[in-house]
Design a protein around this ligand. Structure first.
Ligand code: SF4
Length: 408
């Protein structure tokens, strides 16, 4: 029995994939261990070609222990194309390996390779703008147990991201890869406050003209978000991670001690009330806390007017949880279907922004392929189609640099 593209995406997140030595990855994006470690897999594209969407982008786990015993095996090559073989059933799935962007190896004007500034995660550009998440500075460290940011920033990417490096990398991604969205992330900003993100947001909006998302720890003084919103930030996201207080405290000791779950929820509510619908998200990890609590987290996030971003737990190499099992497919499928349904019930216009297919999570609109075709489904899909058309001029406007760059 073959899986539909979203089911395959979920199963790949849960089981990973083997890449035999004879399969050439020439020209493909390299495995890049950056930020929390979720990019430690191979970027791959699953064609969909339906009215729901063209394709699904996924960063498939290949380095983790569970991936070495995966039933999925990559076959083929750059000349004839690739396919995934499910050795349980013999089913073959055609897939594509996106090429490494031409600008990755280029240097910024400060002689920093651009792939040490930003990394493509699907069609989106990810840039870690913090020095290193402040939870790693505590002794003993208070880092989240599933995270490897403290090992990667400085080693696999530049720890100091100058504004000019960020602008030049964004510009290259926009011009040469057609990237529309840059995600600025940084874990816990410590005492420096979220204001340090403001010059990046302002400069990208003025000089590059991309959609800009910011993901940092929640501030206690919510008015600090007003300046980011006034600067034109397009997306704010908050990593709540877990709904169950015990799992939250156990897995995120720093967040539990410094912030507390309620602050994440309050920050989501504050920003959702001040930004366009669908511009704020709450990020959670599925596959660790009890399944019911994950569904509750999804419902809570959408009740605040935000959309859920659900990461399937990946026991990344080098993290405290590297020996933990990856989650089971059946539960993860139900979680993703629930995320789509929760957005449908609240009329959240998921998937309205142009060309944003992140590879680290199952995008909520991917999960349209998982649910029953009810009248509610068709009404919501019609609403999403209208939202995409209505939002097009707005996004076109937001994708223009406010100040013309030199030579343009
Ligand atoms: S907040 Fe947690 S997950 Fe995020 S970078 Fe810091 S330690 Fe990692």
């Amino acid at each position: 029995m073959s899986l539909n593209p979203c089911e395959l995406e979920i199963d790949l997140f849960c089981r990973g994939m083997r890449v035999p030595d004879h399969v050439s990855l020439a020209g493909a994006r390299g495995v890049s261990r950056t930020r929390a470690g979720l990019g430690s897999g191979l970027e791959l594209v699953i064609p969909v070609g339906s009215r729901l969407k063209e394709e699904i982008w996924i960063n498939v786990p290949v380095a983790e222990r569970f991936a070495t015993v995966s039933p999925y095996r990559l076959d083929g090559g750059p000349a004839d194309g690739y396919r995934l073989i499910d050795e349980r059933t013999g089913t073959e799935y055609p897939v594509r390996l996106p090429p490494e962007p031409p600008w990755y190896e280029r240097l910024t004007s400060r002689d920093v390779p651009m792939n040490r500034i930003g990394v493509m995660q699907g069609t989106a550009l990810g840039i870690y703008i913090n020095r290193v998440c402040a939870f790693w500075d505590y002794r003993p460290p208070l880092n989240c147990r599933f995270c490897t940011t403290g090992q990667n920033v400085g080693a696999n990417e530049a720890s100091d991201k100058a504004l000019s490096d960020v602008i030049e990398t964004c510009w290259a991604a926009r011009e040469e890869s057609g990237t529309t969205f840059v995600h600025l992330n940084g874990g816990f900003q410590g005492s420096r406050g979220i204001e340090f993100a403001l010059p990046y947001v302002t400069a990208i909006k003025e000089r590059v003209g991309m959609l800009v998302g910011v993901q940092l720890a929640p501030e206690r003084d919510f008015t600090r978000y007003d300046a980011l919103i006034a600067a034109g930030v397009d997306h704010l996201s908050f990593c709540l991670e877990f709904m169950d207080p015990d799992w939250f405290a156990r897995m995120c000791p720093g967040k539990a001690r410094v912030h507390g779950q309620q602050l994440f929820l309050d920050a989501i509510a504050y920003c959702s009330a001040r930004m366009p619908r669908g511009a704020v998200s709450g990020e959670i990890i599925a596959g660790l806390e009890p399944y019911d609590r994950t569904l509750e987290a999804i419902d809570r996030i959408v009740s605040l007017g935000a959309f859920p971003t659900v990461c399937i737990f990946r026991p990344t190499v080098g993290s405290d949880l590297e020996d933990w099992p990856s989650p089971g497919y059946e539960e993860m499928r139900k979680v993703m279907a629930h995320a789509y349904d929760a957005c449908r019930r609240r009329w959240i216009p998921i998937g309205a922004a142009p060309n944003i297919e992140t590879s680290l999570v199952v995008n909520p609109d991917d999960a349209a392929m998982l649910v029953e075709r009810t009248a509610g489904f068709y009404c919501y899909e019609a609403f999403r189609a209208v939202a995409r058309v209505v939002a097009r001029p707005l996004f076109h406007h937001r994708l223009q640099p406010r100040v013309s760059p030199p030579g343009h």
